[in-house]
Write a protein that binds this ligand. Structure first.
Ligand code: ADP
Ligand code: MG
Length: 893
């Protein structure tokens, strides 16, 4: 019979594994908005989004509501890694009637305790931040705002349930004329344990409270905490796991002894998990085993066992001593003697075995719960292995090596991918509350500073409207015959006056120069559609920045190589040349280079006809079969290639290495070309917008640093706020500034971050991806020799978002000017048009396109604009321009 009782109290490893899985499911349910209300564990958000980093400093006041006491503390942190906090505290007994009286009386009493305490305690601080430990189940709304869900533990004050206890306390404190005391945080006691165990460089991210009750909290990925608004970083979640099992999931391991304990408790049927592990219950479980075995005449034969019917005669403390103490048997003997039971050796050893079984079971159950939390953390952080510190508090753990051993070894078996280091907490709830308060203030100060740094990058709607108006003004200047020379936006005529009509056919060559890659293509336009083959060629930097002759010779060599590979040597195909640099176009196949951009600086080209330069190189290389029909900008190619599929496409936009736009303008508005009939595509060259100083007010110190380090300082100012070549650099300079202000990387960014262009624009895409992929961010930053905390990565994301949002908004402001001008010149109330878009930044960044579209809608509400990503606009587009030209020539138009 003894064996049977012991067996009932022993849970096999496989069953613990099942419990771990159930716990994980319960946690997931508790965190998800849709299932939160029916979840077996509540998973309450705490709005605590960081752990101490050791720099916290100052005096912090704590008031803690305990069982029948109010405890006040003053904790002084020295900014020394939290190694030696100084504490002073005082406890006040609370009269019974307060616990059952009015809410107002309760909070007045607490405030009076604070007042009395402060009368004997000195702090020179002007503002005294206060943390409030309120160990009841609350719905937290903000760090300093928590609504009491329901009272427990003998409290039943009126008019508090459903109210914000933070507000109630602050009002009561104000009544005491302690206006310098400012409530910063309301928290549960479990959270405090986690917080005290964190020291510099060793964050503690899980806490287990193994006391009368049982609870656990941990730092969850914030985006998974759906009921809280925060989406980046982490947030401490209070699992309230004592309720686990209330839905019956533990029924098969609940013993008849547990049932008796539950029935005699003040809340039968509730907190089933807690009642198997809490120190309030372990002695009771043992007592019920003893009652059962005595009734079966296996124990205490012939004695009067009536004493065992009395609740509380077997203390948990005794049970723990019996299993831990070297002389456990002697302890057992003394206990039985005290109960008036015959302490014979056999009975003593059986009682000892029973105590061990009850405590071991509690430790194993704790391990299963903890393993669930650890595995969940490991999985949601996408890590192969989780190294984590677990703060532990409560009478079960402290000094009871047997319990510790089981807890640790079973946790290892159930979560082998996690390595947990257990850190006993000292005075968790009080000191921890001070830490929470201190961390909150540190974050608040940090936020203020971060906002100061980022403020210049944040543009209001009014700012954007002004940019739009300036762009409009520059556009008018650029189109005017007299004013063109002074405009920063060149508004270059392209001599492209027709968009494809779908009847174009034939085989064409295309060149694409001025993007990331130099390409040669052959494009076959047939009734069935368009087929292409292409080859990418490298242009070495030495050639980009060497002589013009060498550059064009190289281009011809690439064409010859391509024609050989494609077996096109004997064909003379019309060629469309996408040349993505500002040109003064004189005809469709005649274009003078105005200036190089994007890292090109080949000599003897500026002012020359690019088509002519290409033809001359062909002659030098004896390549006779070259028929250059059209030279187009990549924006034009993009617009035309989208126009092949959507005739409404009359705007082209590029946001890649650089940025630019083109659109169909009324000929009568184009002062720089003869004729008033029809429309012509205008290559805006808007990247240079602002080069005349008109945007100076929006440039930040970071933009100036970036500009200074380019090969064309003062030029392409608009582009340098928007495009892929620069966004990473802007971010890099902001990061350096933030490190300098100790806001990031502990003030030490490491040498790599000082290297130009080391922070790629594609990093912004990864970092801003939803659900903060911390592991990827870490990987990026490790490449840069940056060791980041997850808080660093949250901040990093904020920086990237500010930079990419501004870029998208400025791009939209430019587009708004374009579409509004089109609408006005056509005399329409409402314009419906399509923008053909190309560029990796636009296409791959997770929010850029969305932000452009949203902002455009705000700035140009009378235009309904569709965005159409182009597929290989610069290749296909150039061929189509050539095709349209051939069609029109052959039809004699
Ligand atoms: P180009 O404009 O030179 O024709 P792309 O349109 O491909 O070429 O743009 C290249 C630019 O896109 C690069 O300068 C780079 O900064 C940026 N980029 C590359 N990958 C990404 C990405 N995943 N997210 C955002 N930007 C990117
Ligand atoms: Mg391109």
């Amino acid at each position: 019979q003894v064996q049977r009782a012991l067996r009932a109290l022993t849970i096999p490893l496989e069953r613990l594994q099942v419990m771990k899985d159930h716990m994980m499911q319960a946690m997931q349910k508790g965190l998800s908005r849709s299932t939160h209300s029916q979840a077996p564990v509540q998973m309450l958000p705490t709005y605590i989004c960081s752990t101490p980093d050791g720099t916290e400093k100052g005096d912090f006041l704590v008031v803690e509501l305990c069982q029948s006491q109010v405890r006040t503390l003053m904790v002084t942190l020295l900014g020394d890694g939290n190694l030696s906090p100084q504490m002073m505290y005082k406890t006040f007994d609370m009269p019974e009637e307060i616990m059952k009286g009015s809410g107002e009386a309760l909070f007045d009493f607490i405030a009076q305790c604070v007042s009395q305490f402060l009368a004997d305690t000195s702090s020179s601080q002007e503002r005294l931040p206060l943390g409030f430990v309120f160990p009841f189940s609350c719905r937290q709304i903000q760090l300093d705002k928590a609504e009491l869900i329901s009272w427990s533990k003998d409290f039943s004050c009126s008019d508090v349930e459903g109210k914000d206890v933070g507000q109630l306390l602050q009002s009561a404190i104000n009544k005491q004329e302690l206006s310098h005391v400012e409530l910063v945080a309301v928290m549960n006691d479990t959270v405090g344990t986690m917080m005290t165990c964190s020291t510099e460089g060793r964050p503690c991210e899980v806490a287990l409270v193994m006391d009368k009750g049982s609870n656990c909290c941990f730092m969850a990925e914030a985006h998974l905490v759906e009921i809280a608004k925060e989406t980046s970083g982490r947030m401490c979640v209070n699992t309230e796991w004592g309720c686990f099992g209330d839905n019956g999931s533990l029924n098969d391991i609940v013993t008849p002894y547990d049932e008796c304990v539950d029935n005699e408790s003040s809340s039968p049927g509730e907190k089933r998990f807690e009642k198997m592990v809490g120190s309030l219950y372990l002695g009771e479980i043992v007592r019920h085993v003893l009652i059962t075995l005595a009734a079966e005449k296996v124990l205490f034969k012939g004695s009067n066992v009536a004493i065992l019917k009395e609740k509380g005669v077997v203390k948990t403390q005794q049970v723990l001593e019996i299993i831990n103490h070297e002389e456990g048997l002697a302890v057992t003997k003394r206990m039985l003697e005290a109960l008036g039971l015959p302490p014979n050796e056999r009975d003593c050893s059986r009682v000892q075995q029973i105590c061990l079984a009850v405590v071991s079971r509690a430790a194993s159950l704790y391990a299963a719960g903890l393993a669930a939390v650890l595995t969940y953390m490991c999985q949601t952080r996408e890590m192969d292995q989780l190294l984590v510190n677990v703060g532990v508090d409560g009478e079960l753990y402290q000094g009871h090596t047997r319990f510790e051993e089981i807890l640790q070894s079973v946790t290892r078996l159930l979560a082998p991918e996690c390595v947990a280091t257990f850190l006993p907490s000292t005075d968790g709830s009080g000191r921890g509350a001070a830490m929470v308060t201190a961390v909150a203030l540190r974050l608040e100060a940090q936020h203020r500073e971060v906002n100061e740094v980022l403020a210049p990058l944040r543009l209001s709607l009014a700012d954007l409207e002004q940019v739009q108006a300036l762009m409009r003004q520059e556009m008018e200047l650029g189109l005017g015959q007299e004013t063109n020379a002074n405009a920063s936006v060149r508004m270059l005529p392209t001599f492209v006056c027709n968009t494809p009509d779908g009847t174009e056919q034939g085989e064409f060559l295309a060149l694409d120069l001025g993007g990331t890659n130099f390409r040669v293509l052959v494009v076959r336009v047939t009734e069935e559609g368009i087929r292409m083959a292409s080859e990418i060629y490298v242009i070495p930097t030495a050639i980009m920045q060497g002589t013009g002759e060498a550059l064009f010779d190289h281009i011809i060599e690439c064409i010859i190589d391509f024609q050989t590979k494609q077996d096109l040597m004997n064909h003379v195909l019309p060629l469309g040349f996408t040349f993505s640099f500002p040109c003064k176009q004189v005809g469709l196949d005649k274009a003078l280079l105005l200036t190089w951009t994007k890292g090109f600086s080949a000599t003897d080209c500026v002012g020359q006809d690019v088509v002519q330069l290409l033809r001359e190189a062909a002659q030098r290389k004896h390549q006779t079969g070259l028929n250059v029909v059209a030279l187009v900008n990549d924006t034009v190619g993009t617009m035309i290639s989208c126009g092949y599929d959507d005739p409404k496409c009359e705007v082209g936009l590029i946001v890649g290495t650089g940025t630019n736009a083109c659109y169909m303008e009324e000929m009568r508005n184009v002062g720089t070309v003869e004729g008033d009939e029809g429309r012509m595509c205008i290559n805006m060259e808007w990247g240079a917008f602002g080069d005349n100083g008109c945007l100076d007010h929006i440039f930040t110190s970071f933009d100036k640093l970036v500009d200074d380090q380019t090969i064309n300082p003062g030029k392409q100012r608009f582009e340098k706020l928007i495009s892929g070549m620069y966004l990473g650099e802007i971010v890099r300079h902001i990061l350096l500034a933030m490190a300098d202000r100790q806001l990031l990387f502990h003030g030490k960014p490491g040498p790599k971050l000082y290297c130009k262009d080391i922070f790629k624009t594609k990093f912004l895409s990864t970092i801003e991806l939803n659900g903060l992929a911390l592991r990827q961010i870490r990987a990026i930053l490790q490449d840069l020799d940056l060791d980041v905390s997850y808080e660093d990565s949250v901040l990093l994301r904020e920086v990237c978002e500010a930079v990419s949002l501004r870029a998208a908004q400025l791009c939209a402001a430019g587009l708004a000017a374009v579409v509004e001008k089109m609408r006005e010149s056509r005399g329409l109330d409402q314009l419906t048009t399509t923008v053909g878009v190309d560029g990796t930044l636009y296409k791959l960044h997770p929010t850029f396109s969305e932000n452009v579209q949203k902002t455009l809608q705000d700035l140009a509400p009378k235009c309904s604009v569709t965005f159409m990503p182009s597929e290989d606009g610069s290749g296909k587009g150039a061929a189509l321009v050539a095709a349209v030209a051939c069609r029109i020539t052959s039809s004699g138009q």
